[in-house]
Design a protein around this ligand. Structure first.
Ligand code: ADP
Ligand code: ZN
Length: 759
């Protein structure tokens, strides 16, 4: 029995062993470790973590190490099914009970609960509260209750479910059993509601960072969305993604256009029968459909970890919703893209909709929409704005949003602003944004002519600039407070006092140069290169990755589970890079636990061997299966035959700008590849890759520093630095530490300390 050995006193150590054995992961993420420690102490706990942050492990691992059954309340049938399948694939016994499960099946599950075989039981809130279920629960030993998507309990949240409010009976009925509430919504009000309504007993609240550094954030103007999307799909061939639209009709027509390009796409909205929706969702999970075009009804409870991009065809109503939706991309931690199409027209229709929707909440909703709009129109790092919304601050610009990638240049826009302001005033402050642009550009349309606007002095004063440029500049003026929109007067633009100062020449107006879509959108060179390795017949690694994916899909279809339940994309990436051909090497791949090794290990090793295997690993195989770099100290000394390219001179520029090549290195690093793997994949010298990484780190990009330096190593270097005093030369540090650390590590450590000090 797999679990017998784990029924020891539950400690963090046993939790770590479970993590390695069942999940194949080497370490907890920082917050997970704290949370699990707390849960093992038998305390109530609230966990606030973004989608993809790793919430499930927080209760699943304690469930395995503790005696009894962990009862998980989860609102969505699809989600339950997925999680239970994933648990089973890892060798953990779990089951779910909801309306779709028949009586005899329920009896079997009940027996497994009572005899202590089952570690996790997923139930819907309806089921939990149904007659007789409490009595059933009382017969078994319950280790804890985990309430997933706990924000559903709050009417303040954006996803209120009345049945959740009944969950307070759990505390009444089971006063001794700890409750863990988990959600991806960080809102303070919701958070307090969760605690009160579940009657939690002085819970510890764990609020993890909401940053998702692997998401590339892009906003582009709403003109020619369809063209933009088709172009995007061309660049992201074979990558799974979701497009969110506001209306059902849009979903359907857009799907047709995508299908016409030979891409496997399906739509999903509330107007379809549950069966139709289920079939589409299933096909997407199984990688049979590449693209889903959906209204917001889709996605909650989608655990698919290899969604590589999310596109918003329309502006979302608020940042919470937006962040949750884009969070469905890149849950496996590998790079992913979020594109938002923004048009002022969307703002207007949303305003209308929100004003009618719920009179009590109109003001709140409109304020939230305004914040969303500010995000879309921003000219500074978008991630900073997002995180700021959730109460977090980012010390440096993120380097992974459109603004950071293509920083807008500034110019003196005073004259432009004066032209526009003059037209606003001469149009008697009755012009909407679009009409103002028409006037400035000297258009002869009905709206202009019928109001005699072709007679005013500034008519045609800005005909040298295209529509989109004016659109951008007027929005900057709105953001700078030179004009405002009178929503109640047909969205007419009004001039402010500040605007009058500008008009009178008392105040300059710096503006950000408008970047046409193609420019802002251009995939940085490095990324293109990385993407190309995937598509082109290019490297052996890319070929192996494709072969492993095909194998995964075949096994998944045979077993009737989604491919990512077998291995995630990032696990396959690592396999393709490391080419493990023996047990030790395979188990060292992140995401390969014992059970998965037993079930799939052989098939995947065979595939690797069919592609030549890893000569270095094979050499080790002869030496009695030496562990493959299991010692994290051992980066530089990983036993690999010396390669020619080591001697190759560094041909890359090593300035401090993050150029395309560095970018590509950085992306691979974020995907989890080691320095060696990156060097091999990109055919660069190790030292070049190291230089890239240090430069990226210096430029404020976030490295997985823990891959290179363990806490005690950092401590040792810090002590040495203190002993030498001030800011020692690297050379001195190197000597002082008796050459224990190479320059790469020392340089990283010093930068790390600097960042810690906020410099
Ligand atoms: P959430 O429920 O918060 O959205 P998940 O629990 O689905 O997130 O985790 C997201 C992804 O991260 C999953 O693929 C999961 O296996 C992976 N993951 C979670 N914890 C770890 C860890 N400690 N090490 C490596 N991967 C992890
Ligand atoms: Zn940024």
């Amino acid at each position: 029995m797999l679990f017998a050995a784990e029924q020891l006193a539950p400690t963090l150590d046993s939790a770590r062993r479970v993590l390695k054995k069942y999940y194949g992961y080497d370490s907890f993420r920082p917050m997970q470790e704290d949370i699990i420690g707390h849960i093992l102490g038998g305390q109530d706990t609230v966990v606030l973590m973004p989608t993809g942050g790793g919430k499930s492990i927080c209760f699943q691992v304690p469930a395995v190490v503790q005696e009894g059954v962990c009862v998980v309340v989860s609102p969505l049938i699809a989600l339950m099914k997925d999680q239970v399948e994933a648990l089973k694939a890892n060798g953990i016994s779990a089951a779910y009970i909801n309306s779709s499960v028949g009586q005899s099946e329920q009896n079997n599950i009940a027996a497994d609960c009572l005899n202590g075989y089952l570690k996790l039981l997923y139930v819907s809130p309806e089921k939990l509260l149904s007659e007789g279920f409490m009595t059933f629960l009382k017969r078994m030993r319950i280790s804890m209750f985990a309430i997933d998507e706990a924000h559903c309990i709050s009417s303040w949240g954006h996803d209120f479910r009345p049945e959740y409010t009944q969950l307070r009976v759990l505390r009444e009925q089971f006063p001794q059993v700890p409750i863990i509430a988990l959600t991806a919504t960080a809102d303070r009000l919701t958070q307090r509601d969760i605690q009160q309504q579940l009657r939690l007993n002085e819970p510890r609240v764990f609020l993890s960072s909401f940053d998702r550094p692997n998401l590339n954030l892009i906003v582009r103007p709403g003109q020619d969305r369809v063209g933009g999307i088709l172009e995007f799909l061309e660049r992201h061939q074979g990558e799974a993604g979701i497009i969110y639209c506001l209306s059902r009709k849009q979903c359907e027509t857009l799907t047709q256009k995508i299908q016409a390009k030979g891409i496997k796409a399906g739509y999903y909205h509330a107007g379809m029968t549950p069966n139709q929706r289920g079939a589409v969702q299933e096909a997407f999970l199984k990688d049979d459909l590449q693209v889903i075009v959906a209204t917001i009804a889709f996605g909650m409870g989608i655990d698919k970890s290899n969604v590589r991009w999310v596109i918003h065809y329309n502006l979302p109503k608020n940042i919470e919703g937006y962040y949750q939706e884009i969070g469905r991309a890149g849950r496996d931690g590998a790079p992913a893209t979020a594109v938002l199409f923004y048009s002022f027209g969307d703002v207007m229709s949303l305003r209308d909709m929100l004003t009618k929707e719920n009179p009590n909440l109109t003001q709140l909703n409109l304020t939230k929409l305004e914040r969303m709009q500010q995000f879309a129109e921003a000219a500074s790092c978008r991630r900073k704005i997002l995180l700021n919304y959730f109460g977090e601050t980012l010390a440096t610009d993120c380097g992974n949003c459109d603004i950071c990638r293509n920083p807008p240049t500034t110019f003196d826009g005073t004259e432009l602003a004066q032209k526009a302001l003059s037209a606003v005033v001469r149009g008697r402050e009755r012009l909407s944004v679009n009409l103002l642009i028409d006037v400035l550009r000297g258009m002869r349309n009905q709206a202009v002519l019928s109001q005699g606007l072709d007679q005013i002095k500034t008519y045609g004063a800005g005909r040298d600039l295209p529509y989109l440029d004016w659109y951008s500049y007027i929005h900057q003026m709105l953001n700078d407070g030179l004009v405002y929109i009178a929503y109640e007067e047909g969205y007419a633009l009004k001039i402010t006092d500040l605007g009058r100062e500008v008009l009178q020449g008392q105040r300059p107006v710096p503006m950000k140069k408008f970047q046409p879509a193609e420019k802002a959108e251009k995939v940085p060179k490095g990324r293109k290169a990385a993407a190309a390795t995937k598509a082109a017949p290019a490297s052996r690694e890319a070929q192996l990755f494709e072969a492993l994916r095909t194998l995964r899909k075949r096994i998944a279809d045979e077993q009737g589970v989604p491919p990512y339940v077998i291995f995630t994309d990032s696990t396959l990436q690592e396999m393709a890079a490391e080419r493990p051909v023996n047990r030790t090497a395979m188990l060292a791949i992140s995401g390969v636990g014992m059970k998965k090794f037993e079930t799939y290990g052989e098939a995947f090793i065979r595939e690797v061997l069919a592609h030549g295997g890893n000569p270095a690993a094979q050499a080790e195989l002869d030496e009695d299966e030496l562990p493959l770099s299991l010692d994290p100290d051992d980066f530089s000394a990983t036993p690999r035959p010396a390669r020619k390219r080591e001697a190759k001179p560094t041909r890359e520029a090593t300035g401090t700008e993050v150029n395309g090549s560095m970018e590509a290195t950085f992306q691979l690093h974020r995907m989890g590849l080691s320095v060696e793997a990156i060097a091999e994949r990109r055919d660069l010298a190790l030292s070049t890759v190291q230089t890239h990484l240090t430069n990226c780190y210096a430029k404020g990009l976030d490295l997985r520093i823990e891959e290179f330096l363990k806490p005690q190593e950092l401590a040792e270097i810090q002590t040495a630095q203190a002993q030498l005093g001030g800011s020692p030369m690297l050379r001195d540090l190197f000597d002082h530490l008796r050459e224990k650390y190479d320059y790469f590590k020392l340089r990283l450590a010093l930068m790390y300390f600097k960042k810690l000090r906020g410099e």
